[in-house]
Each structure stands twice: as C-alpha cells, then as structure tokens.
Design a binder for this molecule. Sequence first.
Ligand code: GLA
Length: 367
Amino acid sequence: MVIVRSPGRINLIGEHTDYNEGFVLPSAIDRAIYLAVGPRRGSDVSLTSLDLNDQIQFNVREAAKSKKAWANYLIGVVHQLNEAGYRIGGFNCVFSGDIPIGAGMSSSAGVEAGLAFALNSIFDLGIGRRDLAKIAQRSENEFVGVRCGIMDQFANLLSKGESALHLDCRSLQFEHIPFTRKDLEFVLCDTGVKHSLASSEYNLRREQCETGAGIIRKYFTGVRSLRDVEPEMLREHKGELGDMIYGRCEYVVEENARVNLAGKYLRQNDYDKFGELLYASHEGLRDRYQVSCRELDILVDAATKIDGVLGARMMGGGFGGCTLNLVERDSAEEFKSKIRKSYERDTGKIPQLYECSLMPGTDLVPD
Ligand code: GLA
C-alpha cells in the first residue's frame, strides 16, 4: 500500500491560456488530498471518500461513468489507463483532504493526479510525471466533460516548492522560478460562490478562442492556436472577428505576454512590477474575457485599497472561486480583517481566507 500526498494549486498568472497552447505560472500549495491506495486480489476496485462519507465499487475492466460526480474524477483515471493499454489489477483507495471543493484550488486535479501517481507506483507502470499529467487531464476531459487544459494536473505533478512553475503548454517545457521574497505571501479570498456556470462557459470560451484562431489562420500561415498570434494580426482582422471574439483573443494574447513578463520580473526580484501584472490580468479577465463575477470584482477592488497588497486578481476558471492576493506578510492580518469587513459589507457574506505557501508536487508520503 502507498500513501500519496496530492496538493491543490494556485495560479500566479496565466489564466485561460493553457488550452490555447500558451504559458502559465502555477504552483502546488500546502493544501492536499491524501490517498491510501493498495492492490487487492481479483479485479474489483473500491473507492472511498472519507469527506463525503461515500463509497463505490466497480470492476477494473469496466470503468464506466457513475452517477456519483465525485467518483468520476477517479474512475476516469482507471478508464484512461485501460485505454492506454496499461494492465492494472483490483485496488482499494481511501482518500480525504483539505483542498476546499469548488474554490478554484483544483481539488479535482488533486484526486485525478493523486490516483494516477498511486496506481503508477503500486502496479509499477513506469509512467513519467508529464505523461501522468496528460492521463489525468484526459480523464477530466472525457469523463467529467470539462475540456480543461494541462495546467492543473501539471502543477500538481511537477511543482518543486518555493518556486513558480513557468510552463509552456505547447511543448511542455518548464522552468522552476524561485519565489525568493519570504516577506511576501499569497492569500486567497474565497467568494463562496460555486462556479456552477463554469463548465459550460469554460467550454464556450474554448470554442470562441478556436473560432478566433481559425479566422486568423486564414491570413497567416503557421497559426495553430492563439499562442501564435500577435496583437497586430488581431487588429488587422477586427471586423471579421467581431467585438466579442476579438476581445477574447486579445485577452489571451496579452495574458501570454504577461506570463512571460511575470517570469522575468520574478527572476529580477521585481515584485512590485509582478504585482501590477496581477491587476492587469484581472482587468482582462473581467472586461475582455468576461469570466469574472460581481463577488470576485468586489474582492479585487477591495484589495487595491488596502496597504501592503502588491497585486490581486481572480484565479482559475472564473464565475466564482477565489481571488489571489500578493500581500506583505507583516500586513497579512490587517489585510484579512479589512477584506473580510468590506466583503461582508458589500455582499452580506463572510469570505473564507486561506494563506498559502508554495509546495512540491504529488509524492509518496514516506513510511
Ligand atoms: C481551470 C482549468 C485549467 C485552466 C484554468 C483557467 O482551472 O482546469 O486547465 O484552463 O481553469 O486558467
């Protein structure tokens, strides 16, 4: 039997760029799902969620969709391993964790990548971390029905700790950029709004990006995705793109540039400039990509008025979930109390706040 720690993630910057073959800058954090996974005789699989107090059994060769939404994140991984031709036997899996569900810290990638990692280990499948990330992503695409990119699963499996993972989502080349300022920390403010719109709107944004890239491709050879597009190319064909698609594409093109700039600022230890990019990212997500919501905007607005905040933005798919705030450690208590008050005043709700640190990706918990 193995015990695997599979972390949640934050994304410093680079939202909705992964499925456009662009750049992202996430990291695993100090919240995680722990999975105890061991082989059993025969071909039965038993999955137990301690937090939901629920259980499901199925035959490993018949990994079909379940009515239980939580189980599909795990059954999907078994299905993908079968599809890819890996022979796995029956197993038991019991798991529990402290990544809040629906807050945008990617508890889903936590269970998918955590199980893929555990099965790779107990059945000695010899799959590398990048390929495990792809298996976990495919499982979410096909079994859960969200056409997510590779960011969450990759951050889960390849983060190093005390650094951000600069990932090229096309080549899957990456660099760990150290996060050196110990006097700064990330605080997440949870709107408490569950992103119910998220999966349909998410898939729609993806289609809109593909439409935009398709139009630009007619005029410029070698354009595979928005990754290959420059702002001038969009401007030249603004009429044909139409306002809405133009806005979506412009956001993605600018966000890719921001991620690379953000990486540069981290390397140069220029955290003020880095923070400004977070605000700019939020504006684009709110006005051009239109995946924010009232509660997220209230939190970001409030953050701009509090001392000791270097930057803030909505994080993840959008329509709810958390904002990410880069805050001076000495001001963190004051930040938390002020933002709590202002959110309560404007929405009547009390936000959950999470301080988080950058941690290594999924691994075995030593005996
Ligand atoms: C979700 C998806 C990711 C990514 C983000 C938006 O978290 O799972 O692949 O697209 O949204 O950046």
